[in-house]
Design a protein around this ligand. Structure first.
Ligand code: ATP
Ligand code: MG
Ligand code: MG
Length: 377
């Protein structure tokens, strides 16, 4: 059978391994951690992600290589493409590693992004804040996640301080107009090596402290907005020639207009609902896409709410799942727990998630409320 290599051994890799193993594939993962979530379910090469010797070893053992994060070292990506097959290609990584390149690629697909400016100096910054208006948000072009590497500017006077703070990181900066959104949604698209493409139903995403907390499906926006969101996400994937999964985060503005916020060329936290919610999970779909199998159905089987289990929630969650859950029955929700096999339950660390299958999202949200996993919202 075919062996698939994964750069990165976190939970996204683990869920790829679990889905792909069911399809008959074998896996080798590359990760420096002795107790990575993937280590329990696949063979593992223990080395740093930018270790070219280890990358060569991985390439030697696998017919197909993929990754579970976008900040893959360019040298390693080139080496893997040369020594093995990386169906997603290094171009997709190159584009999505950098917010400016990413925005240009989205615009090239004819898809709207929030008005933005490239910022290379304090003078640029003052001028751009005047042009875009406040509030606006300054972001490092490279390496940000969970809202790290960002500063919101609410008053023009804050421009210089924000610039100096983020310029210290040494990467390029981009200033975006702040979109007063009705909600945030995401669409996960899969595009296969033979060009077939399918979009999953949009998820409505709620963040707490800049970390994704809950995804609600179907998103609570009109059908026409959902259809438009899928159309835009497919247009971006098509235009970029993406292969594998592409997660497309969007803002739904007050007037219903959609703006793409950012992309991720991999399984996405907001797509975990597909594991029980859809006919095919995002993980199975990614494996299908990179291996050239026909894509699976993205049909939604039931309304579903996904909630992340962070380190600070773990104890309450484990206790709740160890007992009969009369509330779940009363609310007519079916909670499905997915833990990632991480040892240390640090606050803010993603330890697992729960997919709540339901008739009505409100009841799933009530179950979440009661289980004490709403953090300090
Ligand atoms: P992720 O963990 O999703 O990769 P990130 O650090 O890359 O996060 P973004 O997704 O760009 O950051 O921004 C984080 C959150 O900040 C968004 O989900 C949104 O809530 C808010 N935000 C970012 N940019 C804007 C904007 N231009 N207008 C309004 N809100 C914004
Ligand atoms: Mg991001
Ligand atoms: Mg984001």
């Amino acid at each position: 059978g075919t062996t698939i290599g994964i750069l990165g051994g976190g939970q996204l890799g683990r869920m790829l391994v679990l889905a792909g193993t069911n399809l008959g594939y074998r896996f080798v993962t590359l990760d420096p951690a002795p107790d990575s979530p993937c280590g329990q379910v696949s063979q593992q090469i223990r080395a740093a992600y930018d270790d070219e010797h280890a990358a060569r070893k991985l390439a030697g053992r696998c017919e197909v290589i993929t990754y579970e994060f976008e900040n893959v070292d360019a040298g390693v990506a080139a080496l893997l493409e040369q020594k093995s097959s990386v169906p997603q290609g290094s171009g997709l990584l190159y584009t999505t590693q950098h917010r400016l390149r990413e925005k240009r690629a989205i615009e090239a697909a004819g898809v709207p992004v929030a008005p933005y400016r490239e910022i290379s100096s304090a003078t640029d910054m003052v001028q751009a804040v005047a042009e875009l208006g406040v509030p606006c948000v300054l972001k490092t072009a490279v390496g940000g996640y969970d809202g790290k590497g960002q500063a919101v500017i609410r008053q023009p006077e804050e421009a210089t301080v924000a610039y100096e703070q983020l310029a210290a990181s040494g990467t390029e900066l981009v200033l975006e107009q702040f979109i007063r959104f009705r909600c945030e949604i995401s669409v996960i698209v899969a595009r296969s090596t033979n060009g077939e493409a399918k979009a999953f139903p949009p998820a409505e995403n709620i963040h707490v402290n800049n970390i994704l907390h809950t995804s609600i499906v179907p998103a609570r926006v009109p059908d026409s907005v959902q259809e438009e969101a899928r159309r835009l996400a497919l247009a971006v994937a098509e235009s970029m020639g993406a292969v594998g999964l592409l997660a497309v985060e969007m803002f739904v503005a007050e007037d219903g207009q959609l703006y793409v916020n950012e992309l991720a060329p991999r399984p996405h936290n907001s797509g975990h609902y597909t594991m029980e919610g859809c006919a095919t999970s995002q993980f199975e779909q990614h494996i299908r896409a990179i291996c050239g199998l026909p894509l699976g159905s993205t049909k939604l089987l039931t309304p579903v709410v996904m909630v992340n289990v962070l380190g600070e929630h773990l104890e309450d969650v484990v206790r709740r799942f160890a007992q009969p859950d009369a509330e779940a029955e009363r609310l007519d929700v079916v909670p499905k727990l997915h833990l990632y096999g991480k040892n240390e339950a640090k606050p803010g660390r993603k330890m697992g998630h729960i997919n709540l299958l339901c008739q009505d999202a409100e009841q799933a949200l009530e179950w979440i409320e009661q289980t004490n996993i709403w953090g300090d919202k």
